[in-house]
Design a protein. Sequence first.
Length: 131
Amino acid sequence: MTHPVEHGLAAPTTMIVHGEVRSFEEFAEDDAVLLEAIVAALRTVNDPEIPVNIYDLGLIYRIEVKDEGAVEIDMTLTAPGCPVAGQMLGWVQEAVVVVPGVSDVKMKLVFDPPWDKSRMSDEVQLELGLL
């Protein structure tokens, strides 16, 4: 049974749990709670050049929860030449692996599609004076 969850997940991230791609509201309550905790952890990691968390900035493209708490995350950067790219992946991994229910985190850096400001939440665009 699924339950609507108030999640505040504005960024266009693909959410997958145990191979099922659904809108966030369609996940079972336990899975939705885990995804919310993962997103909350992602929101603790800020982009070093823009003072905004990486989730609301739209840098997270995919979150997949697999069996036994393994999590895969695809993320991008605001610019391919980011000097702290490797460090950012580590920051994200460290933030998410401590979430209760997560046993392992695998990160993948992707550049397709390229990041642009349309991936930011409206709140972030407003905060940065882009709206």
